[in-house]
Design a protein around this ligand. Structure first.
Ligand SMILES: [Zn+2]
Ligand SMILES: [Zn+2]
Length: 266
C-alpha cells in the first residue's frame, strides 16, 4: 500500500519564539489534522531542557507543558513532543529523563541559522565548514544516550542559509559535496537505532530538476531501510495546508510504501 499521509509530527505552536502566533494553538492544529483525516499529529516546539546547562532562549518543559492536557478528537490522536535543539557545542538540549515525559522528540542537526545558543551564520560562513558541521553533528546525535525509538531527525534538507542569495542552489551544493557512501553510513546507523527520518523538503526553493537532486538523500535513506514520517514544520495556520500539499508531492515522487512508515506511538 502507498505511504499514507495520515500524520504530521512537526508542528510549532505560538510557544515557539519564531511563531508567537496567537492563532497557532493545539486546537487549530487538531482541526487541521482532523480535516485531513490524520491518525496522529504532534506538537514540536523548539525546546531546551531546563536540566541541561546552556541557553535559556528556547522554551523548557515547564513552558511547553502548559498545553497539557492536550485536546482530544475521535479522529486524530494529538501527541506531546518537542524539537530539542542542538547548540553551538553540539550539546543536545534534552536529557533521557526529560525525554521520558514526552511522546516523541525530533532533533534538528542543521539549525545553523538561529540566534540563542545555536550557531550563527557569521560563525560558519563558508560551505566547507557547513558541510563538515552537517556530518559531525549528525554523528554526535547518533552517539547520544537517548530513546531513539521515539525520535526523529528533522529536515535533513532544511539547512537554513540566511545571508546566502540562492538557498536552493547553496543547499544542493552542500548536500552534493557529501558522497553517497557517507550518507549510507549515516542512514544505516540511523535505521539501526530505529530513529525516524523526517520528510520535509523546501520544495519552493527548488526548480523541478533541483528537486529531483534534493530527493537523492531520501532515496539513499530508503535504500538503507530507514523509516519515514512527515513533518510540515508549520509555524502559522496558513503554512499548514501548503506544507501538507508539499508532503503529498514528496511522497509521490519518492514512491514510498506504507511499510516504510515510522510510527513511534505503537
Ligand atoms: Zn527546525
Ligand atoms: Zn521546526
Amino acid at each position: 500500500m502507498k505511504f499514507q499521509l495520515d500524520h504530521d509530527l512537526h508542528i510549532h505552536t505560538q510557544l515557539s519564539p519564531c511563531s508567537s502566533d496567537p492563532n497557532q494553538t493545539p486546537e487549530t492544529i487538531l482541526r487541521y489534522a482532523e480535516e485531513h483525516g490524520m491518525k496522529h499529529v504532534g506538537l514540536a516546539d523548539h525546546f531546551w531542557d531546563e536540566t541541561i546547562p546552556g541557553t535559556t532562549f528556547w522554551p523548557g518543559y515547564a513552558h511547553i507543558s502548559k498545553w497539557l492536557p492536550l485536546p482530544e478528537s475521535p479522529i486524530t490522536k494529538m501527541h506531546f513532543g518537542c524539537e530539542a535543539e542542538m547548540d553551538i557545542n553540539a550539546t543536545i538540549g534534552i536529557s533521557r529523563k526529560t525525554a521520558e515525559k514526552l511522546d516523541f522528540i525530533i532533533v534538528p542537526t542543521d539549525h545553523l541559522h538561529l540566534v540563542g545558543s545555536t550557531i550563527r551564520q557569521e560563525d560558519v560562513g563558508d560551505l566547507k565548514t557547513l558541510t563538515r558541521l552537517y556530518v559531525e553533528r549528525w554523528d554526535i546525535l547518533l552517539n547520544a544516550d537517548l530513546p531513539f525509538h521515539k525520535m526523529g531527525i528533522a529536515h535533513l534538507d532544511g539547512i537554513c542559509l540566511h545571508g546566502f542569495k540562492d538557498q536552493g542552489t547553496t543547499r544542493l551544493e552542500i548536500m552534493e559535496s557529501i558522497p553517497d557512501d557517507e550518507f549510507k553510513r549515516l542512514f544505516a546507523k540511523t535505521a539501526k537505532l530505529g530513529m525516524g527520518v523526517e520528510l520535509n523538503v523546501p520544495v519552493s526553493c527548488y526548480t523541478d530538476e533541483q528537486l529531483d537532486r534534493a530527493l537523492r538523500i531520501y532515496r539513499i535513506a530508503a535504500e538503507c531501510d530507514c523509516r519515514f514520517y512527515f513533518g510540515s514544520d508549520a509555524h502559522h495556520p496558513k503554512n499548514l495546508e501548503p506544507a501538507y500539499q508539499n508532503g503529498l508531492m514528496i511522497i509521490d515522487k519518492l514512491g514510498l510504501d506504507e511499510d516504510q512508515k515510522f510510527n513511534p506511538f505503537r
